[in-house]
Ligand binder design. Structure first.
Ligand code: ZN
Length: 493
Protein backbone atom coordinates (compact mmCIF):
# COMPACT_ATOMS: atom_id res chain seq x y z
CA UNK A 1 0.00 0.00 0.00
CA UNK A 2 1.57 3.31 -1.03
CA UNK A 3 2.26 5.76 1.70
CA UNK A 4 0.27 8.70 0.41
CA UNK A 5 -0.10 10.99 3.36
CA UNK A 6 -1.87 14.24 2.86
CA UNK A 7 -1.51 15.67 6.30
CA UNK A 8 -1.10 19.38 6.71
CA UNK A 9 1.12 20.88 9.30
CA UNK A 10 0.92 24.62 9.24
CA UNK A 11 3.86 25.40 11.37
CA UNK A 12 7.38 26.63 11.04
CA UNK A 13 8.58 23.85 13.29
CA UNK A 14 11.23 21.67 11.80
CA UNK A 15 10.67 17.99 11.18
CA UNK A 16 12.93 17.08 14.04
CA UNK A 17 11.08 19.22 16.57
CA UNK A 18 7.78 17.76 15.39
CA UNK A 19 8.98 14.32 16.18
CA UNK A 20 10.66 15.24 19.44
CA UNK A 21 8.62 14.55 22.56
CA UNK A 22 7.03 17.54 24.25
CA UNK A 23 5.19 17.72 27.57
CA UNK A 24 1.52 16.89 27.30
CA UNK A 25 0.57 20.38 28.42
CA UNK A 26 2.45 21.88 25.48
CA UNK A 27 1.01 19.31 23.14
CA UNK A 28 -2.49 20.38 24.18
CA UNK A 29 -1.93 24.10 24.39
CA UNK A 30 -0.39 24.27 20.91
CA UNK A 31 -3.16 22.02 19.52
CA UNK A 32 -0.55 19.69 18.16
CA UNK A 33 -3.20 16.96 17.88
CA UNK A 34 -5.05 18.93 15.22
CA UNK A 35 -2.14 18.69 12.85
CA UNK A 36 -2.72 15.02 12.24
CA UNK A 37 -5.30 14.25 9.57
CA UNK A 38 -5.92 10.87 7.94
CA UNK A 39 -5.43 10.55 4.21
CA UNK A 40 -8.29 9.45 1.99
CA UNK A 41 -6.78 6.22 0.73
CA UNK A 42 -9.05 3.23 1.43
CA UNK A 43 -11.55 5.44 3.17
CA UNK A 44 -15.04 4.04 3.61
CA UNK A 45 -17.64 6.17 1.91
CA UNK A 46 -20.81 4.12 2.24
CA UNK A 47 -23.44 5.82 4.39
CA UNK A 48 -24.19 2.63 6.28
CA UNK A 49 -20.77 2.79 7.94
CA UNK A 50 -20.52 6.55 8.23
CA UNK A 51 -23.89 7.27 9.83
CA UNK A 52 -22.81 6.02 13.25
CA UNK A 53 -19.63 8.12 13.07
CA UNK A 54 -21.75 11.17 12.37
CA UNK A 55 -24.25 10.28 15.07
CA UNK A 56 -21.46 9.99 17.64
CA UNK A 57 -20.31 13.46 16.68
CA UNK A 58 -16.87 12.31 15.63
CA UNK A 59 -14.87 14.38 13.19
CA UNK A 60 -14.46 12.26 10.03
CA UNK A 61 -11.01 13.74 9.44
CA UNK A 62 -9.97 12.37 12.81
CA UNK A 63 -11.88 9.09 12.75
CA UNK A 64 -11.28 7.07 9.63
CA UNK A 65 -13.35 4.05 8.72
CA UNK A 66 -11.26 1.97 6.39
CA UNK A 67 -12.94 0.43 3.42
CA UNK A 68 -12.48 -2.96 5.01
CA UNK A 69 -9.53 -3.87 2.92
CA UNK A 70 -8.66 -6.83 5.10
CA UNK A 71 -5.47 -5.37 6.44
CA UNK A 72 -3.17 -7.47 8.53
CA UNK A 73 -4.39 -8.33 11.96
CA UNK A 74 -3.79 -5.71 14.67
CA UNK A 75 -1.04 -3.86 12.88
CA UNK A 76 -0.83 -0.06 12.81
CA UNK A 77 -2.34 1.30 9.60
CA UNK A 78 -0.65 3.70 7.24
CA UNK A 79 0.80 6.30 7.93
CA UNK A 80 1.70 4.88 11.32
CA UNK A 81 4.84 2.83 11.60
CA UNK A 82 5.36 0.66 14.61
CA UNK A 83 8.35 1.60 16.75
CA UNK A 84 7.69 -1.00 19.38
CA UNK A 85 4.95 -2.82 21.20
CA UNK A 86 4.28 -1.19 24.55
CA UNK A 87 2.01 -3.83 25.95
CA UNK A 88 -0.92 -6.09 25.35
CA UNK A 89 -3.77 -7.56 27.29
CA UNK A 90 -6.33 -9.91 25.86
CA UNK A 91 -7.51 -8.51 22.58
CA UNK A 92 -5.84 -5.14 23.00
CA UNK A 93 -2.37 -4.15 21.88
CA UNK A 94 -0.68 -0.81 22.46
CA UNK A 95 2.05 0.24 20.07
CA UNK A 96 4.39 3.15 20.08
CA UNK A 97 4.12 4.50 16.54
CA UNK A 98 5.39 7.30 14.41
CA UNK A 99 5.05 8.21 10.76
CA UNK A 100 7.70 7.88 8.06
CA UNK A 101 9.98 10.79 7.30
CA UNK A 102 7.90 11.65 4.25
CA UNK A 103 4.91 12.38 6.47
CA UNK A 104 4.04 15.87 7.57
CA UNK A 105 3.14 14.74 11.06
CA UNK A 106 5.78 12.78 12.86
CA UNK A 107 5.10 12.99 16.58
CA UNK A 108 5.50 9.62 18.27
CA UNK A 109 2.13 8.43 19.58
CA UNK A 110 0.62 5.53 21.44
CA UNK A 111 -1.71 3.51 19.23
CA UNK A 112 -4.18 1.28 20.99
CA UNK A 113 -5.74 -1.37 18.78
CA UNK A 114 -8.75 -3.21 20.14
CA UNK A 115 -10.61 -6.17 18.70
CA UNK A 116 -14.34 -5.95 19.03
CA UNK A 117 -15.99 -9.14 20.11
CA UNK A 118 -19.66 -9.16 19.59
CA UNK A 119 -20.89 -12.71 19.73
CA UNK A 120 -17.54 -13.63 18.20
CA UNK A 121 -18.53 -11.97 14.97
CA UNK A 122 -17.72 -8.54 13.62
CA UNK A 123 -20.51 -6.14 14.40
CA UNK A 124 -22.48 -4.64 11.59
CA UNK A 125 -22.21 -0.95 10.83
CA UNK A 126 -25.25 -0.17 12.95
CA UNK A 127 -24.49 -2.45 15.90
CA UNK A 128 -24.98 -1.08 19.38
CA UNK A 129 -21.50 -2.13 20.47
CA UNK A 130 -20.06 -0.05 17.68
CA UNK A 131 -22.12 3.05 18.31
CA UNK A 132 -21.44 2.87 22.06
CA UNK A 133 -17.72 2.57 21.41
CA UNK A 134 -17.80 5.53 19.02
CA UNK A 135 -19.56 7.62 21.63
CA UNK A 136 -16.82 6.78 24.11
CA UNK A 137 -14.18 7.74 21.57
CA UNK A 138 -15.98 11.04 21.17
CA UNK A 139 -16.05 11.59 24.93
CA UNK A 140 -12.39 10.78 25.22
CA UNK A 141 -11.53 13.10 22.33
CA UNK A 142 -12.90 16.05 24.27
CA UNK A 143 -10.79 15.57 27.39
CA UNK A 144 -7.97 18.08 27.61
CA UNK A 145 -5.88 17.90 30.73
CA UNK A 146 -2.10 17.79 31.25
CA UNK A 147 -2.44 14.53 33.20
CA UNK A 148 -4.98 12.78 30.99
CA UNK A 149 -4.01 11.04 27.78
CA UNK A 150 -4.90 13.12 24.71
CA UNK A 151 -6.83 11.78 21.75
CA UNK A 152 -5.22 12.41 18.37
CA UNK A 153 -7.09 10.21 15.91
CA UNK A 154 -8.95 6.93 15.60
CA UNK A 155 -9.87 4.37 13.00
CA UNK A 156 -11.96 1.30 12.37
CA UNK A 157 -11.32 -1.57 10.04
CA UNK A 158 -12.35 -5.12 9.43
CA UNK A 159 -9.23 -7.17 9.33
CA UNK A 160 -8.69 -10.79 8.42
CA UNK A 161 -7.05 -13.06 10.92
CA UNK A 162 -5.90 -16.40 9.62
CA UNK A 163 -6.25 -19.11 12.21
CA UNK A 164 -6.07 -22.82 12.44
CA UNK A 165 -8.86 -24.60 14.26
CA UNK A 166 -9.48 -28.18 15.24
CA UNK A 167 -12.70 -29.51 13.93
CA UNK A 168 -14.43 -32.63 15.09
CA UNK A 169 -14.86 -35.35 12.52
CA UNK A 170 -17.72 -37.85 12.42
CA UNK A 171 -16.95 -40.67 14.83
CA UNK A 172 -15.84 -43.90 13.25
CA UNK A 173 -18.05 -46.74 14.48
CA UNK A 174 -15.18 -48.91 15.54
CA UNK A 175 -13.71 -46.21 17.85
CA UNK A 176 -16.75 -44.69 19.52
CA UNK A 177 -14.90 -43.15 22.45
CA UNK A 178 -12.14 -41.42 20.55
CA UNK A 179 -12.77 -38.04 19.06
CA UNK A 180 -11.11 -37.58 15.74
CA UNK A 181 -10.12 -34.02 15.02
CA UNK A 182 -8.49 -32.46 12.02
CA UNK A 183 -7.07 -29.06 11.43
CA UNK A 184 -8.83 -26.50 9.28
CA UNK A 185 -7.49 -23.16 8.18
CA UNK A 186 -9.96 -20.36 8.65
CA UNK A 187 -9.96 -16.71 7.84
CA UNK A 188 -11.80 -14.78 10.48
CA UNK A 189 -13.09 -11.30 10.00
CA UNK A 190 -12.64 -9.04 12.99
CA UNK A 191 -13.76 -5.52 13.56
CA UNK A 192 -11.04 -3.45 15.10
CA UNK A 193 -10.93 -0.02 16.64
CA UNK A 194 -7.71 1.93 16.92
CA UNK A 195 -7.03 5.07 18.91
CA UNK A 196 -3.92 7.19 18.51
CA UNK A 197 -3.04 9.08 21.67
CA UNK A 198 -0.36 11.29 23.11
CA UNK A 199 1.93 10.73 24.93
CA UNK A 200 3.40 7.31 24.32
CA UNK A 201 4.29 5.79 27.68
CA UNK A 202 7.71 5.09 29.05
CA UNK A 203 6.16 2.65 31.48
CA UNK A 204 3.12 2.39 33.71
CA UNK A 205 2.92 3.34 37.37
CA UNK A 206 3.13 -0.28 38.54
CA UNK A 207 6.46 -0.77 36.82
CA UNK A 208 7.56 2.70 37.91
CA UNK A 209 6.88 1.88 41.56
CA UNK A 210 8.90 -1.33 41.26
CA UNK A 211 11.81 0.80 40.11
CA UNK A 212 11.37 3.37 42.84
CA UNK A 213 11.20 0.68 45.46
CA UNK A 214 14.80 -0.26 44.76
CA UNK A 215 16.00 3.32 44.32
CA UNK A 216 17.67 5.54 46.90
CA UNK A 217 16.11 8.83 47.94
CA UNK A 218 18.04 10.98 45.49
CA UNK A 219 17.01 9.10 42.38
CA UNK A 220 14.98 10.99 39.83
CA UNK A 221 12.07 8.55 39.75
CA UNK A 222 11.59 8.57 43.52
CA UNK A 223 11.60 12.36 43.65
CA UNK A 224 8.91 12.43 40.99
CA UNK A 225 6.71 9.91 42.74
CA UNK A 226 6.06 12.39 45.60
CA UNK A 227 4.45 14.73 43.10
CA UNK A 228 2.08 12.18 41.59
CA UNK A 229 -0.39 12.47 44.47
CA UNK A 230 -1.25 16.04 43.58
CA UNK A 231 -1.14 15.59 39.83
CA UNK A 232 -3.37 12.49 39.81
CA UNK A 233 -5.79 14.20 42.20
CA UNK A 234 -6.13 17.04 39.71
CA UNK A 235 -6.67 14.61 36.82
CA UNK A 236 -9.53 12.89 38.63
CA UNK A 237 -10.94 16.22 39.82
CA UNK A 238 -11.03 17.31 36.17
CA UNK A 239 -12.97 14.19 35.15
CA UNK A 240 -15.46 14.71 37.98
CA UNK A 241 -16.03 18.38 37.23
CA UNK A 242 -19.59 19.56 36.83
CA UNK A 243 -18.98 20.31 33.16
CA UNK A 244 -17.47 16.92 32.38
CA UNK A 245 -18.81 14.36 34.86
CA UNK A 246 -16.95 11.28 33.80
CA UNK A 247 -16.23 8.42 36.11
CA UNK A 248 -13.09 6.56 35.18
CA UNK A 249 -14.29 3.33 36.83
CA UNK A 250 -10.97 1.51 36.60
CA UNK A 251 -8.24 3.57 38.25
CA UNK A 252 -5.22 1.37 38.96
CA UNK A 253 -1.45 1.60 38.50
CA UNK A 254 -1.64 -0.13 35.13
CA UNK A 255 -3.92 2.60 33.83
CA UNK A 256 -1.56 5.38 34.84
CA UNK A 257 1.36 5.82 32.49
CA UNK A 258 4.55 7.78 32.97
CA UNK A 259 5.66 9.81 29.99
CA UNK A 260 9.06 10.84 28.71
CA UNK A 261 9.12 13.77 31.14
CA UNK A 262 8.25 11.72 34.19
CA UNK A 263 4.72 13.09 34.29
CA UNK A 264 1.87 10.79 35.32
CA UNK A 265 -0.92 10.48 32.76
CA UNK A 266 -4.27 8.83 33.38
CA UNK A 267 -5.34 6.56 30.56
CA UNK A 268 -7.88 3.88 29.58
CA UNK A 269 -11.39 5.11 30.09
CA UNK A 270 -13.11 1.78 29.96
CA UNK A 271 -13.26 1.93 26.24
CA UNK A 272 -11.47 -1.31 25.53
CA UNK A 273 -13.47 -3.15 28.13
CA UNK A 274 -16.64 -1.91 26.60
CA UNK A 275 -15.65 -2.53 23.03
CA UNK A 276 -14.26 -5.97 23.66
CA UNK A 277 -17.29 -7.34 25.37
CA UNK A 278 -19.86 -5.50 23.32
CA UNK A 279 -21.80 -4.46 26.37
CA UNK A 280 -21.79 -1.46 28.61
CA UNK A 281 -19.54 -2.44 31.46
CA UNK A 282 -20.59 -0.80 34.66
CA UNK A 283 -17.37 -1.38 36.44
CA UNK A 284 -14.04 -3.05 36.58
CA UNK A 285 -13.59 -6.48 35.12
CA UNK A 286 -13.13 -9.34 37.58
CA UNK A 287 -9.41 -9.09 36.96
CA UNK A 288 -9.27 -5.51 38.22
CA UNK A 289 -11.47 -5.78 41.30
CA UNK A 290 -8.35 -5.34 43.40
CA UNK A 291 -8.77 -1.56 43.40
CA UNK A 292 -12.58 -1.49 43.40
CA UNK A 293 -14.62 -0.19 46.32
CA UNK A 294 -16.93 -2.45 48.31
CA UNK A 295 -19.88 -1.05 46.37
CA UNK A 296 -18.53 -2.60 43.17
CA UNK A 297 -18.11 -6.00 44.77
CA UNK A 298 -21.60 -5.95 46.21
CA UNK A 299 -23.00 -4.48 43.01
CA UNK A 300 -24.43 -1.60 44.95
CA UNK A 301 -25.05 1.73 43.23
CA UNK A 302 -21.82 3.50 42.50
CA UNK A 303 -21.00 7.13 42.02
CA UNK A 304 -17.88 9.20 41.50
CA UNK A 305 -16.70 8.23 44.98
CA UNK A 306 -15.81 4.80 43.59
CA UNK A 307 -12.99 6.48 41.67
CA UNK A 308 -11.86 8.05 44.94
CA UNK A 309 -11.61 4.64 46.57
CA UNK A 310 -9.52 3.27 43.71
CA UNK A 311 -7.29 6.33 43.72
CA UNK A 312 -6.90 5.90 47.49
CA UNK A 313 -5.65 2.33 46.93
CA UNK A 314 -3.14 3.60 44.36
CA UNK A 315 -2.04 6.31 46.80
CA UNK A 316 -1.64 3.71 49.54
CA UNK A 317 0.72 1.76 47.30
CA UNK A 318 2.64 4.93 46.42
CA UNK A 319 2.96 5.84 50.12
CA UNK A 320 4.08 2.28 50.92
CA UNK A 321 6.81 2.50 48.30
CA UNK A 322 7.92 5.96 49.43
CA UNK A 323 8.18 4.64 52.99
CA UNK A 324 10.58 2.00 51.77
CA UNK A 325 8.45 -1.09 51.21
CA UNK A 326 7.33 -2.89 48.06
CA UNK A 327 3.63 -2.72 47.23
CA UNK A 328 3.35 -6.41 48.13
CA UNK A 329 4.10 -5.40 51.71
CA UNK A 330 0.73 -3.67 51.84
CA UNK A 331 -1.01 -6.79 50.56
CA UNK A 332 0.76 -9.07 53.01
CA UNK A 333 0.10 -6.90 56.03
CA UNK A 334 -3.47 -6.12 55.12
CA UNK A 335 -4.27 -9.78 54.47
CA UNK A 336 -3.26 -10.95 57.92
CA UNK A 337 -6.18 -12.59 59.71
CA UNK A 338 -8.72 -11.73 57.07
CA UNK A 339 -9.25 -15.12 55.51
CA UNK A 340 -11.58 -16.32 58.23
CA UNK A 341 -13.56 -13.16 58.47
CA UNK A 342 -17.25 -13.17 57.73
CA UNK A 343 -16.71 -10.49 55.14
CA UNK A 344 -14.25 -12.56 53.19
CA UNK A 345 -16.60 -15.53 53.26
CA UNK A 346 -19.55 -13.53 52.07
CA UNK A 347 -17.55 -11.98 49.27
CA UNK A 348 -16.13 -15.25 48.05
CA UNK A 349 -19.59 -16.77 48.10
CA UNK A 350 -20.99 -13.93 46.04
CA UNK A 351 -19.36 -15.45 43.01
CA UNK A 352 -17.53 -12.32 41.94
CA UNK A 353 -14.14 -13.83 42.37
CA UNK A 354 -12.09 -16.33 44.25
CA UNK A 355 -11.03 -15.61 47.78
CA UNK A 356 -7.38 -15.96 46.83
CA UNK A 357 -7.43 -12.77 44.78
CA UNK A 358 -6.34 -9.83 46.84
CA UNK A 359 -8.84 -6.98 46.93
CA UNK A 360 -8.40 -3.87 49.02
CA UNK A 361 -12.08 -3.78 49.91
CA UNK A 362 -11.76 -7.23 51.54
CA UNK A 363 -9.18 -6.02 54.02
CA UNK A 364 -10.45 -2.61 55.06
CA UNK A 365 -10.83 -3.79 58.65
CA UNK A 366 -7.04 -4.04 58.77
CA UNK A 367 -6.39 -0.70 57.18
CA UNK A 368 -5.97 1.27 60.40
CA UNK A 369 -3.58 -1.35 61.77
CA UNK A 370 -1.58 -1.26 58.54
CA UNK A 371 -1.29 2.51 58.63
CA UNK A 372 -0.05 2.16 62.22
CA UNK A 373 2.57 -0.35 61.08
CA UNK A 374 3.75 2.01 58.36
CA UNK A 375 4.01 4.77 60.93
CA UNK A 376 5.87 2.62 63.45
CA UNK A 377 8.37 1.35 60.90
CA UNK A 378 9.02 4.81 59.53
CA UNK A 379 10.95 6.77 62.04
CA UNK A 380 10.00 10.44 61.68
CA UNK A 381 13.56 11.41 62.55
CA UNK A 382 14.43 10.24 59.06
CA UNK A 383 13.39 13.58 57.72
CA UNK A 384 10.90 15.69 55.89
CA UNK A 385 10.20 13.11 53.23
CA UNK A 386 8.98 10.53 55.74
CA UNK A 387 6.99 13.08 57.73
CA UNK A 388 5.43 14.36 54.52
CA UNK A 389 4.23 10.90 53.54
CA UNK A 390 3.02 10.01 57.05
CA UNK A 391 0.96 13.19 57.00
CA UNK A 392 -1.11 11.96 54.05
CA UNK A 393 -1.97 8.54 55.49
CA UNK A 394 -5.15 9.80 57.25
CA UNK A 395 -6.33 11.32 53.96
CA UNK A 396 -5.74 8.03 52.16
CA UNK A 397 -7.70 6.36 54.96
CA UNK A 398 -10.67 8.62 54.24
CA UNK A 399 -10.42 7.99 50.51
CA UNK A 400 -10.71 4.27 51.23
CA UNK A 401 -13.67 4.59 53.57
CA UNK A 402 -16.15 1.74 53.00
CA UNK A 403 -18.97 4.28 52.96
CA UNK A 404 -18.95 6.19 49.70
CA UNK A 405 -20.35 9.41 51.11
CA UNK A 406 -17.61 9.64 53.73
CA UNK A 407 -14.89 9.77 51.08
CA UNK A 408 -13.70 13.21 50.03
CA UNK A 409 -14.61 14.65 46.65
CA UNK A 410 -11.90 14.78 44.02
CA UNK A 411 -11.72 18.57 44.07
CA UNK A 412 -10.87 18.45 47.78
CA UNK A 413 -7.82 16.23 47.29
CA UNK A 414 -5.16 18.51 45.85
CA UNK A 415 -4.58 20.68 48.96
CA UNK A 416 -4.25 17.52 51.07
CA UNK A 417 -1.26 16.35 49.04
CA UNK A 418 0.11 19.72 47.97
CA UNK A 419 3.00 19.70 50.49
CA UNK A 420 4.56 16.63 48.85
CA UNK A 421 5.72 18.79 45.93
CA UNK A 422 8.01 20.62 48.33
CA UNK A 423 9.85 17.59 49.66
CA UNK A 424 12.45 17.79 46.92
CA UNK A 425 13.59 20.85 45.00
CA UNK A 426 13.22 18.89 41.81
CA UNK A 427 10.87 18.51 40.06
CA UNK A 428 9.12 20.95 42.39
CA UNK A 429 5.50 22.01 42.20
CA UNK A 430 3.63 21.09 39.04
CA UNK A 431 3.10 24.32 37.16
CA UNK A 432 -0.07 23.05 35.49
CA UNK A 433 -1.70 21.75 38.65
CA UNK A 434 -0.84 24.94 40.51
CA UNK A 435 -2.33 26.95 37.69
CA UNK A 436 -5.43 24.79 37.80
CA UNK A 437 -5.73 25.34 41.54
CA UNK A 438 -5.48 29.10 41.14
CA UNK A 439 -7.57 29.64 38.04
CA UNK A 440 -9.64 26.50 37.62
CA UNK A 441 -8.05 26.00 34.19
CA UNK A 442 -5.18 23.63 33.65
CA UNK A 443 -4.75 24.76 30.07
CA UNK A 444 -4.80 28.21 28.52
CA UNK A 445 -8.18 28.90 26.97
CA UNK A 446 -6.59 29.91 23.67
CA UNK A 447 -3.65 28.52 21.82
CA UNK A 448 -0.65 30.65 22.57
CA UNK A 449 2.52 31.16 20.59
CA UNK A 450 5.01 28.43 21.19
CA UNK A 451 5.25 27.10 24.70
CA UNK A 452 4.81 29.84 27.23
CA UNK A 453 4.34 27.42 30.06
CA UNK A 454 6.50 24.40 29.71
CA UNK A 455 5.28 22.11 32.38
CA UNK A 456 7.35 21.74 35.45
CA UNK A 457 10.73 23.10 34.71
CA UNK A 458 13.52 21.60 36.70
CA UNK A 459 13.72 24.75 38.77
CA UNK A 460 10.21 24.36 40.01
CA UNK A 461 7.45 26.64 38.85
CA UNK A 462 7.57 28.06 35.39
CA UNK A 463 10.97 27.48 33.94
CA UNK A 464 10.85 29.01 30.54
CA UNK A 465 11.18 27.90 27.00
CA UNK A 466 13.41 25.42 25.36
CA UNK A 467 16.03 25.42 28.06
CA UNK A 468 13.61 23.83 30.48
CA UNK A 469 12.60 21.29 27.87
CA UNK A 470 16.18 20.40 27.05
CA UNK A 471 17.04 19.89 30.68
CA UNK A 472 13.93 17.87 31.25
CA UNK A 473 14.78 15.75 28.24
CA UNK A 474 18.11 14.91 29.77
CA UNK A 475 16.36 13.77 32.88
CA UNK A 476 13.94 11.83 30.73
CA UNK A 477 16.70 10.03 28.91
CA UNK A 478 18.08 9.05 32.29
CA UNK A 479 14.74 7.56 33.07
CA UNK A 480 14.58 5.82 29.71
CA UNK A 481 17.82 4.09 30.55
CA UNK A 482 16.54 3.03 33.93
CA UNK A 483 13.30 1.85 32.40
CA UNK A 484 15.02 -0.22 29.77
CA UNK A 485 15.95 -2.50 32.63
CA UNK A 486 12.37 -3.46 33.02
CA UNK A 487 11.53 -3.48 29.33
CA UNK A 488 9.77 -6.59 28.38
CA UNK A 489 7.56 -6.77 31.40
CA UNK A 490 5.78 -3.54 30.72
CA UNK A 491 2.12 -4.16 30.54
CA UNK A 492 0.37 -1.05 29.41
CA UNK A 493 -3.25 -0.48 29.03
ZN1 ZN B 1 0.43 18.20 37.77
Amino acid sequence: MPSTVSTSFESSESQSSQSAPIPLHDFLSTHDDQHFVWDDADRETSPEWLTAVDAAGLNAKKHKVFNHGGKAYLTPPDPFVQIKELGDSGSTIVYKVTAPETSAYRRALALKVIVCKESSRPPGPDSKARSDALKEVKTMSELRHPHIVAYVASFEDCCIQPREIRQRAPRPRQRPHNMVAFRVNQRIKKHILGIAMYPPAQCNLRVFMEEVCQAPEDVWERQHLYTYFGCLSQAVAYLHRQSIQIRHKDIKPDNIVIDEFGLPVLTDFGLSRHFETGKASEGPTPKTLKYAGPEAIYEAPRDHHSDIFSLGCVFLEMATVLLGHPTEFAEEQLSINTLDSADARSISSSGTGTNTEFKYCDVLRNLDAYLDILTLLAHPALGASVKGVLAVLPHIRRMMDPVQTRRPDADQLYPLFRHLYDIHDKPGPCFNCEEERRTGNALPSRSGNGSPTLSRGVDGVGSNGSQGLARRSTAASTMSTAMSMVAGRNSLS
